[in-house]
Write a protein that binds this ligand. Structure first.
Ligand SMILES: [Zn+2]
Length: 196
């Protein structure tokens, strides 16, 4: 009996290899429950102090040192997407177009440059999509809200599962519009251009 108790008490004081590694680590190690949007609240995450600035950053179980995302940002050059945005005077989706000719006469077929055709074609004219007006936008919102009201009434009466499903989906969609979040497909004027 006495032996058993002894063993038990020894077990409590024993530290795991992970804890040993954490104690040896020259940076602060902490385990925290998930709080961020991309973390599970019930899970525990290992944090370590950044070796440059000291702020806590999520690390893997085996990490022995970390440089936080902010310090990495400072070390590397500005992200390249700003560069790309500035240099490209091409319209959105140009590389999906069967043929696109830029203002210098470079010809692209589905985004692939055709050097032999350079200068043989007129630059593509891109119709700028017109945004819907403020009045149209507020009209869209109020119609959506009226629709939600009507659909909710319908939902209260609906019996079939498929009807309930459909109504719920439509309500969600219209509620989103009603709150001012207009889907991308509805933000622009429907242009009746006949491409002949
Ligand atoms: Zn840092």
């Amino acid at each position: 009996m006495a032996k058993k108790i002894k063993r038990k008490s020894r077990k409590v004081t024993r530290i795991t290899p992970e804890q040993k590694a954490n104690l040896k680590c020259e940076y602060i190690v902490e385990y925290r429950k998930g709080t961020k949007w991309n973390q599970r609240p019930e899970a525990t995450y290992r944090y370590m102090s950044c070796k440059v600035c000291g702020q806590m950053e999520v690390v893997s179980e085996t990490a022995t040192a970390v440089t936080c995302h902010e310090c990495v940002n400072e070390m590397v050059a500005a992200p390249t997407y700003t560069k790309r945005r500035i240099s490209s005077g091409r319209p959105a989706g140009w590389h999906f177009m069967a043929e696109y000719v830029d203002k210098d006469g470079n010809v692209f077929h589905k985004g692939v440059e055709k050097p032999k055709l350079k200068g043989t074609k007129e630059p593509s004219k891109i119709e700028k999509k017109k945004k819907i007006s403020k009045i149209e936008r507020s009209k869209m919102i109020s119609t959506a809200n009226a629709k939600v009201h009507r659909l909710k009434k319908e939902l209260a009466k609906a019996k079939l599962k498929k009807d309930v499903k459909r109504l719920k989906r439509e309500i969600a969609k219209n509620q989103k519009i009603g709150s001012g979040k207009i889907p991308r497909s509805m933000r622009y004027k429907q242009n009746n251009l006949d491409k002949s």
